[in-house]
Design a protein around this ligand. Structure first.
Ligand SMILES: C[S@@+](CC[C@H](N)C(=O)[O-])C[C@H]1O[C@@H](n2cnc3c(N)ncnc32)[C@H](O)[C@@H]1O
Length: 238
C-alpha cells in the first residue's frame, strides 16, 4: 500500500476508510485500561483518526499518533472539536495529543522520546509483507525494553490481496517472538462482521495480543510463505 493508496482512500472516504470505527475498540478498553496507562507515553502508529486516541489521552501522559495523510489528521481534530497548534509543518499538538504527519517507517526514537505503550489496531494488517517487515523494524527501533504493545489483527479465509491483510497468531509470533513475551488474549470468531458478508468469507477472527518487550533487535524468525490463492479485490473493512 503506497502513500498514494492512502491519500486516495482519505480523499474518497466512506467505503474506502471503513476501517475507521466510531467507538473505542473494546480490546483497548480492556487491555489499555486506566490502571495500565495512567501517566504513560503511548505511541499510535498509522493512527488514522481513531477515537481510541481520545480515550487514551484521558489517562496517559502523552499520546503520539503517526499518520501519513493530512486529511486524516484534520478530520481527527475537527470531529473531536479540538483546536491545535503547529510548531512545524508536520506536527499538530492539542493538549497531550501530538499527531505527526510522517512516514512511520522513517521515524526516529529521538522524535518521539521514551514510549511505554504502543497501540497497533489495523496497522500490521494494513501493510503488505515487504512494508510490514519495515514496520516491525521501526517498532523495534522506537520501543524500549519494557514497552507494552496491544496488537489487534484479523484472520480470515479465503485470503484477500489487499488491506486488511490476514495475520494469524503464528505470524505475530514470527514477527515479535524473538524479543517479546506474547499473550494471545482475544480470538473471537465474528460471523456477523461486515467483511464476512461482503466477501463471503468462511470465517473471520479478531485476535488481540498483549506484548511486553524484553530484548532489542527483533529479527523475523522465518520468512513467511506467501500464499497464492488470493482473491484480488479492493477490500472493505466492514
Ligand atoms: C487501516 S488504517 C488504520 C487507522 C487506525 N489505526 C484505526 O484503527 O482506525 C491505516 C492508516 O495508516 C496510514 N498510513 C499508511 N501508511 C503509513 C505510513 N507509512 N506512515 C504513517 N501512516 C501510514 C493510512 O493513511 C491510514 O490512515
Amino acid at each position: 500500500m503506497e502513500a498514494s493508496f492512502w491519500i486516495k482512500s482519505w480523499e474518497l472516504g466512506g467505503f474506502y476508510t471503513s476501517f475507521h470505527r466510531r467507538d473505542i475498540h473494546p480490546y483497548v478498553l480492556e487491555y489499555m485500561n486506566p490502571t495500565e496507562i495512567e501517566g504513560k507515553n503511548i505511541l499510535v502508529p498509522l493512527c488514522g483518526k481513531t477515537v481510541d486516541m481520545m480515550y487514551l489521552a484521558q489517562y496517559a501522559n502523552k499520546v503520539i499518533g503517526v499518520e501519513l495523510v493530512e486529511e486524516a489528521i484534520l478530520q481527527f481534530f475537527q470531529e473531536n472539536n479540538l483546536s491545535y497548534e503547529m510548531p512545524d509543518a508536520e506536527t499538530y499538538i492539542s493538549g497531550n495529543i501530538t499527531l505527526l504527519r510522517k512516514d512511520f517507517m522513517a521515524l526516529t526514537h529521538q522524535e518521539i522520546g521514551q514510549i511505554d505503550w504502543v497501540l497497533d489496531r489495523a496497522s500490521l494488517v494494513a501493510l503488505p509483507y515487504d512494508m510490514r517487515t519495515e514496520y516491525i523494524k521501526a517498532i523495534d527501533r522506537l520501543s524500549d525494553i519494557g514497552t507494552k504493545q496491544l496488537i489487534i489483527t484479523l484472520e480470515y479465509f479465503p485470503l484477500i490481496n489487499s488491506a486488511p491483510f490476514c495475520i494469524k497468531p503464528s505470524e505475530v509470533e514470527d514477527y515479535y517472538g524473538a524479543g517479546h513475551i506474547i499473550k494471545h488474549v482475544e480470538n473471537p470468531n465474528l460471523p456477523n462482521h461486515g467483511m464476512v458478508r461482503k466477501w463471503n468469507l468462511d470465517f473471520l477472527y479478531e485476535h488481540g495480543f498483549v506484548l511486553t518487550k524484553y530484548a532489542n533487535g527483533v529479527v523475523l524468525q522465518k520468512d513467511l510463505k506467501v500464499e497464492n490463492n488470493f482473491i484480488v479485490i479492493f477490500s472493505s473493512w466492514v
